[in-house]
Ligand binder design. Structure first.
Ligand code: NAI
Ligand code: MG
Length: 479
């Protein structure tokens, strides 16, 4: 039996969105030159006008970051730096509701996720790194760890504030200053974070935020005044960045795409597994680089798992992201929706079988129903390419060895999931899988203490944990 839910919308009164924003450079907001709109993807409402940084703004931001690095931040003791990070973390907690509502309005993700996952994890990253700031000599990163200098950080739209935290917190803890560019469709929480930096009285220029599109990102990547590039986004842009920095002395970390296998062995606890499959692919509309987008089912349990999965999917609530009962919100942009629609259509053409539960999608905004494809083979595009949407490709296998071969048959290697009640099988499989993060009997669990990153086309380097610290220090590598 299931109950109908009455609407339970979160109030947006807690946020005040300005009609127009500038950049945050040298501790101050400076007016932009050109602007572009940012929309609420659930309604297509224009929320604000975001500034597009060109060369003069990027130059000014890099200059401010260098000045802060030389004059203050690199000279400050780790203990003092840590105090600022603790202060930022506490303010983020105090203003958590404001951040969550703003994130959901600008990104389209359910308020339940921004409130319970994105914002608490973002604060946790600052708390965690605040603790390392005065203990770097004990982190296993050398006896005299030295920062790199000015870090250029470019982030995507799927976890806007959380990706900011993944980038800014370790950079600051290790004594670097930053120039950060949020993604063009989701700049608002980064701009609110700039206010938090002011509130925390962070020395001017330690954090600079310039908004804009790929052209702004390219200006940061190619700027001679930058010592390190940290990028999260598509493999395509990751390759462009790798080529651009190859002839320079810049350090680089790249967190790119994925096509994770979520492997269900015959002895898996089926009901828990079904929850894990749903969380693996439908969390955040499937806009997750480590999403469990390839489900590998052992043949003798495939029918039962699929039956229960479809029943479970019938109960997923898709719709208003501001409603506290919503499970799946809006697709982040018109462009991303077009990409999902196009890739899903190749599934039909190549002979896979599509299924979605009945759902009433809103007339306005960008929406895609949770979808599974069965009868998928390894040659299908939907088994090989990252869809980055709520679309699951289902394949089957007979033996554990076949599962591993299929799971590793991908240009990516970011994450994987194993469902089995047998510990020895889980350990065996995790040793065979070529993926940076492997979950057992769970999926999409994140923690600032745990390094995250990929093999092959999923990227270079690790973020989070002690491994992530080394990516912002001279001459240390955990690779
Ligand atoms: P994208 O890689 O173009 O955008 C990510 C960030 O890079 C944005 O801030 C963007 O402005 C910036 N950027 C774009 N071109 C750049 C350049 N030449 N130099 C420097 N910075 C640049 O990703 P997009 O177009 O938003 O999404 C396309 C596909 O990428 C998605 O469908 C998905 O498959 C994948 N993707 C993966 C993400 C991940 O977390 N690994 C995040 C976002 C997208
Ligand atoms: Mg937006």
């Amino acid at each position: 039996m299931s109950f109908e839910y009455a609407p339970a919308p979160e109030s947006r009164a807690v946020v005040s969105i300005k009609p127009k924003y500038g950049h945050f450079i040298g501790g101050k907001f400076v007016a932009g030159n050109k602007h572009f709109p940012t929309v609420n993807p659930a309604t297509e409402e224009v929320l604000s006008q975001i500034a597009l940084a060109g060369k003069p703004e990027v130059d000014a931001a890099v200059k401010a970051a260098r000045k802060a690095y030389v004059s203050t931040w690199s000279k400050m003791s780790g203990k003092e730096r840590g105090k600022y990070l603790y202060r930022i973390a506490r303010i983020m907690q105090e203003r958590a509701r404001e951040f969550a509502v703003l994130e959901t309005l600008d990104n389209g993700k359910p308020i339940r996720e921004s409130r319970d996952t994105d914002i608490p994890l973002a604060a946790a990253h600052f708390f965690y790194h605040a603790g390392w700031a005065d203990k770097l000599e004990f982190a296993g990163v050398g006896t005299s760890p030295k920062p790199l200098g000015v870090a250029g950080q470019i982030i995507p739209w799927n976890f806007p504030l959380l990706m900011l935290a993944w980038k800014v917190a370790p950079a600051l803890a290790t004594g670097n200053t930053v120039v950060l560019k949020p993604a063009e469709s989701t700049s608002l929480t980064a701009l609110l974070f700039a206010e938090v930096c002011q509130q925390a009285e962070l020395p001017a220029g330690v954090v600079n935020i310039v908004t804009g599109d790929g052209s702004t990102g390219a200006l940061i990547v190619n700027h001679p005044g930058i010592d390190k590039i940290a990028f999260t986004g598509s493999t395509e842009v990751g390759k462009i960045i790798a080529r651009a920095v190859a002839p320079t002395k810049k350090s680089v970390t790249l967190e790119l795409g994925g096509k994770a296998a979520n492997i269900v062995f015959e002895d898996a606890p089926i009901d828990e597994t079904v929850e894990g499959i749903v969380n693996g692919i439908f969390f955040n509309q499937g806009h997750v680089c480590c999403a469990g987008s390839r489900l590998l089912l052992q043949e003798n349990v495939a029918e039962e798992v699929l039956h229960k999965l479809k029943n479970r999917m019938e109960k997923i609530r898709v719709g208003d992201p501001m409603d506290k009962n919503t499970d799946v919100g809006a697709i982040n942009s018109k462009e991303q929706l077009a990409k999902i629609v196009e890739l899903a259509a190749t599934g039909d053409v190549e002979g896979a079988e599509r299924w979605s539960p009945a759902c009433n999608l809103p007339a306005k905004g960008f929406w895609f129903a949770p979808t599974i494809f069965t009868g998928v083979t390894q040659a299908h595009r939907i088994a090989r390419e990252e869809i980055f949407g709520p679309v699951l490709s289902v394949l089957t296998f007979r033996t554990p060895q076949e599962a591993i071969e299929k799971a590793n048959n991908t240009p990516f290697g970011l994450s994987a999931g194993i469902w089995s009640e047998k510990g020895s099988r889980t350990l065996w499989a995790s040793q065979q899988l070529r993926a940076g993060v492997i979950w057992a009997n769970t999926f999409n669990k994140f923690d600032p203490t745990s390094p995250f990153g990929g093999y092959k086309e999923s990227g270079w380097g690790r973020e989070g944990g002690r491994h992530g610290l080394s990516a912002y220090l001279k001459g240390v590598s955990h690779e």
